[in-house]
Design a protein around this ligand. Structure first.
Ligand code: SF4
Length: 394
């Protein structure tokens, strides 16, 4: 297996594992937001047989498996291809990066054409080989709104539902309202312009890119609000008679993933970008999973930390577990193993960045912002949480 060099815009997948402290990690993209039961079982088997058994949910609604050797990652790829979990063409596989409203087809308030439009977009993207030049981080979304409001899904190019059709949102600009076919075509044209102009930043990251892309594509556009800035907690009973079940820190063992497949029965297991899965609503218990929207674990975000990443200098998950009950409702504590901030690439009420076994503490900011406090341990952070975040709530 050839492990690709670390270059800008590179993302791991089954063809391109990424090295971590606990071995290589791989990602499997969910087909339009969900897996069939057999696919879930196949993924659990890959994790157990070839990796270290850990299954993680990503903030793009995909799954990540860890702990592979270079040999076992190669065997896992062969198995994934045989199970139809990935496209045989690595370049096409990268173009399956489409987020779809998690409740599409279930929530009566979500545009009923969302899944059809997502399928059309995927077909069009797979046919467009010129898009192989796009960054591996480039992503699309089909955002049908409803219970999960329009604008919640983050993407470089998103089709967003409007009363009479779809607007195509490219970074900070959006087109007028288009019908299904024209919206898909516009999204492909915009993507092609991004691919042909490799010096452009991604639309979701670079405000100038969107205006250039729309002008070059001959599309009229107007400024719009930033996308994907508000995570949504899809936990508990939801529209469409489904149950949102949270996976603590987005991380579970293969056997838990198999339990989710059993609970999903004949339904697809939908994976949300917010570390939860959707199951047919039913009474019962889900030991080890989060079923209450007020569970304190939902107030903390944490990467794998020292257990799996060489960049971390602290037991990030242990710290998050120790502090969860000190975070008041409505607030978010982000515990990060380093400044990269993988688990929560946004601002939080309080952000901790591990530094030589202690933490730098940022108030109302992200990992890259200037810390207000330095070198704090858990008791000191607990005192800060009580003082700072309780004051916020008064
Ligand atoms: S935030 Fe840093 S320590 Fe945590 S997983 Fe990402 S790179 Fe590793």
């Amino acid at each position: 297996m050839t492990v690709p060099p670390l270059v800008r815009g590179w993302c791991p997948d089954m063809f391109a594992p990424m090295e971590a402290r606990d071995g290589y990690l791989v990602r499997i993209r969910s087909p339009l937001g969900g897996f069939e039961g057999q696919q879930v079982l196949a993924i659990a088997e890959l994790a157990r047989r070839f990796g270290n058994g850990v299954v993680e949910l990503t903030n793009r609604g995909n799954v990540q498996l860890r702990g592979f050797s270079s040999t076992s990652a190669k065997l896992a790829l062969e198995s994934a291809l045989a199970e139809g979990l990935v496209d045989p063409d690595p370049a096409k596989e990268r173009r399956r990066a489409i987020l779809v409203s998690p409740l599409a087809g279930l929530d009566p308030a979500c545009n009923p054409e969302t899944l059809d439009v997502a399928q059309s977009l995927q077909t069009a993207l797979l046919e467009e080989n010129a898009l192989s030049a796009l960054s591996g981080k480039f992503g699309w979304a089909v955002d049908g709104g409803g219970y999960v409001p329009e604008g919640t899904l983050s993407a470089d190019i998103a089709l967003q539902s409007r009363p009479d059709g779809w607007s195509v949102v490219c970074g900070a600009m959006e087109t007028g309202v288009l019908d299904n076919a024209r919206a898909v075509r516009a999204a492909v044209v915009m993507s092609r312009i991004c691919a042909e102009n490799s010096d452009l930043g991604r639309p979701s990251r670079d405000a100038d890119t969107a205006a250039f892309v729309l002008a070059k594509g001959g599309l009229e556009g107007i400024p719009c609000k930033p996308q994907g800035t508000r995570p949504v907690s899809l936990i508990g009973p939801l529209p469409g008679k489904v149950m949102g079940v949270g996976v603590p820190f987005g991380r579970c063992h293969a056997k838990d993933f198999e339990i989710l497949a059993e609970l999903a029965g004949t339904s697809r297991l939908r994976i949300t970008p917010w570390r939860s899965v959707l199951l047919p609503q039913q009474d019962g218990t889900w030991p080890g999973f989060i079923t209450s929207s007020v569970d304190p674990l939902l107030r903390v975000e944490a990467c794998i930390g020292r257990a799996g990443c060489a960049k971390a200098t602290a037991d990030v998950v242990g710290t998050a577990l120790a502090l969860a009950s000190d975070v008041p409702p409505g607030c978010v504590l982000h515990v990060s193993g380093c400044i990269k901030g993988c688990a929560h690439p946004r601002a939080a009420d309080m952000t901790l960045v591990a530094d030589d076994g202690h933490y730098e503490v940022v108030r109302n900011g992200r990992t890259t912002d200037t810390p207000s406090w330095h070198g704090r341990d858990i008791p000191q952070i607990r005192a800060l949480l009580r003082h700072e975040l309780k004051e916020t709530q008064v």
